[in-house]
Write a protein of this length. Structure first.
Length: 197
């Protein structure tokens, strides 16, 4: 990985995408260790975490994770999942945080030297290119070791640095399954937002 100690870093985590990538590699993320890992790579300015929420439920299984992240150094960006009925009469849900993530990246570009995006969504290729034209470096964290790969080829090629999630797993995985901050419920958001590539 090409990170420099003098660089100002900002992390942009597509929650459902990172959760799905880690699960495909058979591990869970320890979000405290993830933050420490990147704080040791440079001067961490901000870490954003994006996820959707089912707001009509009395209890959301992802709420404990959101609360934990919010109190432990992450800037949370959430929005409600939209529910609709399709043409066949089936109830479906939809949620996507791509626009929110892209807007925040562009707003932070002048305040940092290096953007780190945790997503494999090919829609971010153009965002990465725009940030690079403004003189900033962009790393993308995802995996090509899953079947199918969790990152779009065009995004991986556009990034200055592709960080294979499996290569840093030992530094960021959660050792105890009962630890607070468990990403329980991200699988719900992942199913609702399955638009990685």
């Amino acid at each position: 990985m090409n990170f420099y100690a003098s660089e100002r870093l900002a992390l942009f985590i597509d929650g459902s995408n990172l959760y799905a990538a880690a699960r495909s590699l058979d591990f869970d993320i320890d979000y405290r260790r993830l933050l420490e890992f990147f704080a040791n790579k440079g001067m961490l300015v901000r870490a954003f975490y994006y996820t959707t929420l089912a707001e009509d439920q009395d209890y959301s299984p992802i709420r404990p994770l959101i609360d934990w992240l919010d109190y432990n150094g992450y800037t949370m960006v959430t929005k409600p999942i939209k529910e609709f009925t399709d043409a066949a009469g089936r109830r479906k849900s939809k949620g996507n945080m791509d626009i929110e993530l892209a807007v925040d990246v562009m707003e932070m570009t002048d305040s940092v030297d290096h953007i780190v995006i945790f997503s494999g969504d090919g829609d971010f290729r153009r965002l990465v290119e725009a940030v690079q034209r403004r003189g900033r470096r962009v790393s993308v964290v995802s995996t090509i070791k899953s079947q199918p790969p969790m990152i779009a080829d065009e995004l991986r090629r556009q990034a200055d640095v592709f960080v294979e999630l499996d290569d840093i797993a030992a530094d960021i995985w959660r050792e105890e399954q009962s630890q607070i901050g468990t990403p329980v419920g991200e699988d719900i958001a992942d199913e609702a937002c399955d638009d990685r590539v």
